[in-house]
Design a protein around this ligand. Structure first.
Ligand SMILES: Cc1ncc(COP(=O)(O)O)c(C=O)c1O
Length: 257
């Protein structure tokens, strides 16, 4: 379709292997393919890709832009020199480049991807058992908790997702992120709500090769304790917000009304 309309197709490849694995699990036509074959087929269709290697590159830092068109690559390189420096200046150390090369190969191993799915599935069961609804079915990289349903006493403009994220941190040191009205809603200049997000969610991401079963069980215990005592969780009010990206940089305080 893109070719028909002369639109170049670029993949956001940050989660290419996990997505490919899900395709092998959920799309009948691809059931007999390996995740690597699915990924190769997707990349073959694309004119280029942007990769945040911190995800499916299984590295601590780094990423890359992949382009088929040499002339476009040269234009991008010029822009890079103007804004950051020569590609050889060492934005990424050689050690990290080596790790990316290895990570990109290991990440399509079915046993590794199956282990990711098992971890997400295990945490999903613990979360449901704690009485917290999630976006179903769970994928591999995160669970999305339905904070709106868990905390009906907190209206959208008091940010139930943010309230749950704060509570998980206070209760058990668990770091998560709101994806709800703080991220997607809007207010007028007096701080009065204008639009709410369609859902009030909290993302519990699962960093790769970091957590074992006992860590996940601990998260399950904290979720259960939080849900049991949910009426005491307060809403939040924005006390400071930047003109852009308030989700990332604003300051909030708890409020009871
Ligand atoms: C699909 C996808 N693309 C890109 C990014 C951005 O990555 P970075 O923080 O390395 O810029 C993310 C971050 O979560 C992501 O999930």
């Amino acid at each position: 379709m893109c070719r028909e309309h002369s639109v170049p197709l670029f993949l956001d490849a940050a989660r290419f292997a996990e997505n490919a694995w899900l395709v092998t699990q959920r799309e009948a036509a691809c059931r007999d393919m390996s995740p690597r074959q699915v990924a190769e087929q997707a990349f073959r269709l694309a004119d280029g890709c942007l990769m945040s290697a911190k995800k499916d590159g299984i590295v601590h830092i780094g990423g890359f832009l992949g382009l088929r068109d040499r002339a476009l690559a040269e234009r991008c390189e010029l822009l890079l020199i103007a804004t950051e420096g020569f590609p050889t200046y060492g934005g990424l150390a050689g050690r990290d480049l080596d790790m990316i090369a290895l990570g990109l190969t290991e990440v399509t191993e079915p046993s590794y991807l199956q282990a990711r799915a098992d971890a997400a599935g295990h945490l999903a069961r613990l979360t449901r058992d704690a009485g917290i609804a999630i976006v179903e079915p769970p994928g591999l990289h995160a669970l999305y908790l339905n904070a709106g349903r868990l905390l009906p006493h907190i209206p959208a403009h008091r940010f139930p997702g943010h309230a749950l994220a704060c509570q998980l941190y206070l209760e058990g040191g668990i770091r998560s992120v709101e994806l709800g009205s703080l991220y997607l809603g809007s207010e007028d200049e007096n701080g009065d709500p204008v639009t709410a997000a369609p859902y009030e969610l909290v993302r519990l991401a699962l960093p790769r090769r970091t957590y074992g079963l006992s860590h996940l069980n601990r998260v399950g215990e904290v979720l259960a304790a939080t849900a049991k005592d949910k009426e005491r969780i307060p809403g939040y009010r924005v006390v400071e917000q930047p003109p852009l990206l308030r989700h990332f940089r604003s300051k909030l305080e708890p409020v009871r009304t």
